[in-house]
Design a protein around this ligand. Structure first.
Ligand SMILES: [Fe+2]
Length: 272
């Protein structure tokens, strides 16, 4: 039996024991069991397996998988990641529509090892909502704006990145399907505070999956994904509204700047 088989055996046995104990302790009725099966069937039919799991369970997976990790703190990936976003070199502007709305955000920083050494050639895989809280490839049809506000940005020779994008907005996770119905039944709202998503990668280092949250967001203390917001990931972009500066940059409205450095811990040795 291979290592994967024995891991599956161990984890499945444990899961089954936990579920059977849950049924026993909560005196689950046959009717409740059938309703749960129907709910999970609908979750699958409506394509919400990732959504449901990411809202209620991924925080725990993140905590378990990243326990004791050094470098920048992690949080959930969520259901809106697309793996093949365009590759761009820093400095760059994220792909966006000609009439993309929302304040410009100039996002800069350095990717570093956990010892503080800059990492040239690191890849910052960015994705975010637009100013209406919509994600390309999900809320915005793929053919309408492919990879809108998504890119894999390579850091320069100093390990720095310099990205022009738009301020993200808070959004409600999809409410029309079974995940939304469950939240409504629990009398819980469906809002996520505004955030930028990123995976940061560099050879020889553990990939970092995290998010940066905007401090002044009204939902910052009540994310529907309980536990996803962490203090060290809350940022407060600076607004710039000097008329001469705006004119020089050819911006028609105030813009924001945000600087944040990412620290990657070394990859886990396979031999360990
Ligand atoms: Fe998101």
């Amino acid at each position: 039996m291979g290592a994967e088989d024995s891991r599956l055996d161990e984890v499945f046995d444990n899961l089954l024991t936990t579920l059977r104990n849950f049924v026993k302790e909560n005196r689950i009725t046959h009717d409740e069991y059938r309703r749960a099966v129907a709910f999970m069937t609908e979750v699958g039919q409506k394509g919400e397996v990732s959504l449901l799991c990411d809202v209620f369970i991924e925080v725990s997976v993140d905590a378990a998988d990243n326990s004791g990790r050094s470098g920048t703190i992690t949080t959930i990936e969520g259901p809106f990641y697309v793996h093949d976003a365009p590759m761009l070199n820093s400095p760059c502007v994220l792909p966006q529509r000609l009439d993309e709305s929302g304040p410009v955000l100039l996002f800069t920083g350095t990717v570093l090892s956990s010892k503080g050494e800059p990492l040239p050639g690191a890849v910052l895989d960015l994705w975010q909502s637009d100013t209406h809280g919509l994600y390309s490839h999900f809320d915005i049809p793929k053919n309408e704006a492919p990879y809108n506000l998504r890119a894999r940005v390579t850091t320069d020779r100093q390990g720095k990145f310099d990205v022009q994008t738009r301020l993200p907005a808070p959004y409600e996770i999809p409410k029309s399907g079974p995940t939304g119905a469950l939240l409504a039944a629990l009398q819980r709202h469906a809002w996520r505070p505004a955030h930028l998503h990123m995976k940061v990668e560099h050879s020889g280092h553990r990939t970092l999956t995290t998010q940066l949250f905007l401090k002044k967001d009204p939902w910052i203390d009540s994310d529907v994904v309980e536990g996803a917001v962490k203090q060290a990931l809350i940022v407060d972009p600076v607004m710039h509204d000097d008329a001469d500066d705006l004119h020089r940059r050819n911006f028609s409205e105030p813009y924001f700047t945000l600087s944040y450095d990412f620290l990657l811990e070394p990859a886990i040795s396979k031999a360990a």
